[in-house]
Design a binder for this molecule. Structure first.
Ligand code: ADP
Ligand code: VHF
Length: 378
């Protein structure tokens, strides 16, 4: 693999999830590191100004709660951890709100549990809220909802949460900022001769044995959960970078594809291929659209998008972004796709040219009912 080539993507990739670990946010437990948070905020403002969307996933609620309560050691009992998190989350989210405000950026607090992402309705709600926030230019600040998460259903470490958020918002890039320069071939805390790896393939099983699950005093999961997060993010085609949050201008340098910064975990397949594979594997469709012979041929042979003019019938109840089955005139189920319009809107658009969408609905989001990137032929 050509290292330079794959990093080059970073300079055009649009949607970034940036995860910041506890040790980084709290100056190793000393209390919120406002200067560091300001530096990241400044860089995030630069990314935003260059047209990128950024979601922050931040740890540090427990560490900040410990600092505020004067606790030296991380508690092991869940209610104590939850109490510390509840105290710390206040300051944590306020810190991001304050510094990003200096750059005229609004923030939004999003607290998620495992259940929120495994329940379809909640998943879709979280997804649409995040999309709307990004559309408004807001930087969402995500953490686990520690207060209500029980032991069995905790993400436990925010690396896993960040990967799920990357999948949720269909991010191009997941950046994990930690207290090491990246992934080394062995834990550098224990092995001073360990070497930094600058480019690896996400999901390569060899990485799992290099990365120890032991974190620092404050963090959870160590490098192991970061390697697993990269694997998970790659399932929706996102590249992952593990880099040091202390490195000057780290986000800006990554965004300009500077070689040698952190470890890049390249997804083995492109985002489009990953998305199509995911689409093909979805069993539950929310509805069905029947298309005429011309549209069926355009999708099957031409790799085209589905325009409303080729749609004969719409069945079911679905919203924008939902998955539908596409059947041909003979009733054969031959494709799946994510719709740009709800079922009610799609019904009104049947047989209409795309130029009429604004007249029919009073607004026009997209010309296609289903864009070709969101469509897979079975
Ligand atoms: N192969 C490795 N390369 C780099 N760091 C490693 C490796 N294996 C284990 N680690 C440890 O993982 C730690 C980072 O994990 P953690 O403390 O959970 O950070 P964070 O709070 O940023 O999530 C590093 O400080 C390092 O000691
Ligand atoms: N939700 C917890 C996350 C703890 C955690 O995963 O920490 P880290 O390994 O530093 O990302 C908190 O805010 O303290």
């Amino acid at each position: 693999m050509d290292g330079m080539m794959s990093r080059a993507h970073l300079s055009t990739d649009r949607r970034w999830v940036v995860k910041i670990g506890s040790a980084m946010v709290t100056g190793n437990g000393a209390g919120l590191d406002m200067a560091a948070i300001d530096r990241w905020a400044q860089q995030i403002a630069a990314l935003r100004a260059a047209g990128r969307e950024v979601v922050i996933v931040t740890s540090g609620a427990v560490a900040e709660g410990m600092a505020r309560l004067g606790w030296q050691d991380r508690p092991t009992a869940l209610p104590q951890l939850q109490a510390a998190a509840a105290v710390g989350q206040m300051g944590l989210v306020q810190a991001y709100a304050d510094v990003l405000r200096r750059y005229d950026i609004h923030t939004a607090q999003i607290l998620l549990t495992h259940e929120d992402l495994s329940d379809r309705e909640r998943y879709l709600n979280a997804r649409s809220t995040l999309r709307v926030l990004l559309g408004l230019g807001v930087v969402p600040v995500v953490n686990e909802n520690d207060t209500v998460a029980t032991d069995e259903i905790r993400f436990g470490d925010n690396d896993t949460l960040a990967a799920l958020v990357a999948n949720l918002v269909e991010a191009d890039v997941l950046v994990i900022l930690t207290d090491q320069l990246g992934l080394f071939d062995a834990d550098p805390r224990r092995n001073p001769t360990a070497k930094l790896l600058t480019e690896v393939v996400a999901g390569d099983p060899a990485l799992e044995s290099m990365a120890s699950p032991e974190g620092g005093r404050l963090g959870r999961g160590g490098m192991y959960t970061k390697v697993m997060a990269a694997k998970r993010a790659a399932q929706s085609g996102a590249a992952t970078i593990v880099a040091s949050g202390a490195e000057p201008e780290v986000l800006v340098r990554l965004a300009s594809a500077e070689p040698g910064v952190g470890t890049l975990f390249q997804p083995a397949q492109t985002r489009l291929a990953a998305r199509k594979q995911w689409l093909a594997g979805q069993l539950r469709a929310q509805g069905e659209v029947q298309v005429d012979a011309g549209a069926a041929a355009a999708l099957r042979q031409g790799g085209r998008s589905l325009l409303p003019i080729g749609v004969i019938r719409v069945d079911g109840k679905f919203d924008r972004g939902d998955l539908v089955r596409i059947i041909d005139e003979t009733g054969r189920d031959f494709a799946r796709g994510l719709v740009n319009y709800s079922a009610d809107q799609a019904r009104k658009l049947c047989r209409q040219p795309s130029s009429a969408i604004a007249d029919v609905l009073g607004f026009a989001e997209e010309d296609e009912l289903i864009h070709r990137d969101n469509l897979v032929i079975l």
